[in-house]
Design a protein around this ligand. Structure first.
Ligand code: CP3
Length: 355
């Protein structure tokens, strides 16, 4: 396997080193907006089979890179593989979001959850990582990922997606020691999981804290940030003679940018509810910023997309440390040609910000 990288623009941008244009990748770049993804998922029979078959996971990881000039690949999997291998039995029913065959119904169930041996139970993810690295052959870096302990906790405690997060919040207030026990187990598991992805060939890692934004300021610090801190400190930060940058994407957590930057991560993902200008003023030279176009802009006509790419680039402004992305995942209703417009526009308009 080659350790050379022909295009390391995204790694340099994450380390705030000079680049000649702004690198771009898209959260959920392999997904349902692509007809070839739907075809491979149909062949796999189910979303879980797709994740668990390294050849198919590798195929869908590469699909968006065949269509678009992306600066990174992200290994195809899901954040909920961790609760799955803790014994909860993850499954998806069309249009219904994630479900568990063995949901948590009591404190005793929480006590019984094991710290899984991810090298063994998630070997299929490591196999997909090595296979993608081989196929990429050094063209662009590969991103590995995990959910944050708090975000995994909400799916496990709620038994799936939620609007109110009532059970999770009740648990942290009513039984904080029990909540911390589970979060600690998750933090150690996530650390193992990301380190294994790095050892298998992931050259960047991203942690998704999709639901950090539902917590109060203090609860975020106690039940999410604390564990993000612990994970960042426990990660292998260099591999193959190169820095392995860590990106934290905590959605709807704009009030926490300084605290998140303080974990020692290299980059922060930001959603579209804050301007990159303000985010940059707040974090200064501490971290790079990733984002933050509203995914809904991709539903508008190409001229609008081109204009909004320009606005996003100009909001960050001149200089280093920007990775172009959406502020959350691309949605299934986007026309694939509209993403071409976004990527071509970043390539066309961004060099002016790096001269
Ligand atoms: O970005 C990529 O291309 C890599 C793949 C990826 C998936 N999920 C594939 C997926 C990544 C990085 C994720 C992360 C993920 N999964 C998050 C964090 C990011 C975010 O979007 O906030 C979360 C919260 C999940 C949990 C999850 N997975 C939910 C709630 C759902 C169902 C709802 C939905 O969006 O459809 C999934 C399923 C899922 N994971 C799909 C994909 C492409 C769609 C499933 C399908 O093909 O039917």
């Amino acid at each position: 396997m080659t350790t050379e990288l022909k295009n390391d623009t995204i790694i340099r941008a994450l380390l705030r080193e000079p680049v000649d244009r702004t690198p771009v990748w898209i959260m959920r770049q392999a997904g349902r907006y692509l007809p070839e993804y739907l075809k491979t998922r149909a062949e796999a029979g189910s979303f879980m089979n797709l994740c668990q078959t390294p050849e198919l996971a590798c195929e869908v990881t590469l699909q968006p890179l065949r269509r678009y000039q992306l600066d990174a690949a992200i290994v195809f999997s899901d954040i909920l593989t961790i609760p799955d291998v803790m014994g909860m039995g993850l499954y998806f029913e069309e249009g219904q979001g994630p479900k568990f065959a063995k949901p948590i119904t009591s404190s005793a169930d929480i006590h019984k959850l094991p710290r899984p041996d991810v090298a063994e139970s998630l070997a299929y993810v490591m196999d997909a990582v090595s296979m993608v690295r081989r196929e990429l052959d050094g063209t662009v870096p590969l991103i590995g990922f995990s959910g944050s302990p708090w975000t995994l906790f909400t799916y496990m405690i709620e038994g799936g997606s939620s609007k109110t997060f009532a059970k999770s919040k009740k648990l942290i207030y009513q039984e904080p020691a029990l909540a911390h026990m589970l979060l600690e187990k998750l933090a150690d598991t996530v650390t193992d999981y990301l380190n294994m992805q790095i050892e298998s060939g992931a050259q960047i890692v991203q942690i998704f804290d999709t639901w950090g934004g539902v917590l109060s300021d203090q609860a975020f610090r106690d039940f999410s940030l604390r564990y993000l801190d612990r994970i960042v400190s426990g990660l292998k930060r260099e591999n193959e003679g190169r820095r392995v940058p860590v990106i934290l994407f905590a959605k709807a957590c704009n009030t926490q940018l300084e605290a998140l930057a303080g974990t020692g991560c290299d980059g922060l993902g930001v959603d579209w509810t804050i301007s990159l200008r303000e985010a940059r003023e707040r974090v200064g030279q501490q971290v790079a910023l990733q984002g933050n176009m509203d995914p809904a802009i991709l539903l508008a006509e190409p001229e609008i997309i081109h204009r909004e790419v320009g606005n996003t680039l100009s909001s960050f402004g001149h200089g280093e440390g920007h990775i172009f992305n959406l502020g959350h995942g691309i949605t299934p209703d986007v026309k694939p040609e509209h993403l071409s417009t976004l990527i071509d526009s970043v390539r066309e308009l961004s060099p002016a910000y790096h001269s």
